[in-house]
Ligand binder design. Structure first.
Ligand code: HEM
Length: 160
């Protein structure tokens, strides 16, 4: 009697198979933030709430193009990629180089504070986008906030 499977010579599905490379890594890797928050829809919802607020902001609105739809796609794509999702942003735009891409805009502390205020509000009401109604774990919300807070400071290019 062998220990390799059931009757009639049936084998265990993994018998003789050595997992290596990316498959092995994928199976052993801890879940990414992208997976934990429910994937692309989380970032789409977050960014939509953010840009809905930008739309009515007297400091920020004039900096952005008239049609905000491409901006929504770029930011949601960037964030999904940053937090471990597919590299859709880079396929479209190449390397992020965010500091360079923000150089055409005058970003002082007032612009940074306005941007962070809307993003903080958008993040405060964010939920896991998997229809389970599970709340977003506090540590994930804090991690995402910390990234925005650091990146926003890094993007100030005209300190007053
Ligand atoms: C500090 C305040 C900020 C201001 C005033 C600001 C403003 C802008 C403006 C006016 C644009 C051009 C419109 C567009 O292409 O969508 C832009 C693009 C973008 N911003 Fe910001 N931004 C700020 C912070 C951030 C932060 C913290 C992030 C990321 C964590 C970010 C990510 C992006 C991305 C991914 C793009 C699109 C870049 C591209 O592919 O061209 N921004 N931002």
């Amino acid at each position: 009697m062998s220990d390799s499977g059931g009757k009639d010579g049936e084998q265990r599905p993994t018998a003789g198979v050595t997992l290596r490379g990316t498959l092995r890594e994928a199976m052993e890797a801890p879940p990414t933030v992208y997976e934990m928050v429910g994937g692309q829809r989380f970032f789409d919802d977050l960014v939509n709430r953010f840009y809905d607020a930008v739309q009515g902001d007297p400091i920020l609105r004039p900096m952005y193009p008239k049609d905000l739809r491409p901006s929504r796609r770029r930011l949601a794509g960037f964030l999904a990629q940053y937090w471990g999702g597919p590299s859709l942003y880079s396929e479209l735009r190449g390397h992020p180089r965010l500091r360079m891409r923000h150089m055409p805009f005058t970003i002082g502390w007032a612009e940074r504070e306005a941007w962070m205020a809307h993003m903080t509000a958008a993040l405060a009401t964010a939920e896991v986008a998997d229809d389970t109604g599970n709340p977003l774990p506090d540590e994930i919300r804090a991690l995402i906030f910390q990234h925005f807070d650091n990146a926003a400071t890094h993007l100030v290019n005209s300190p007053d």
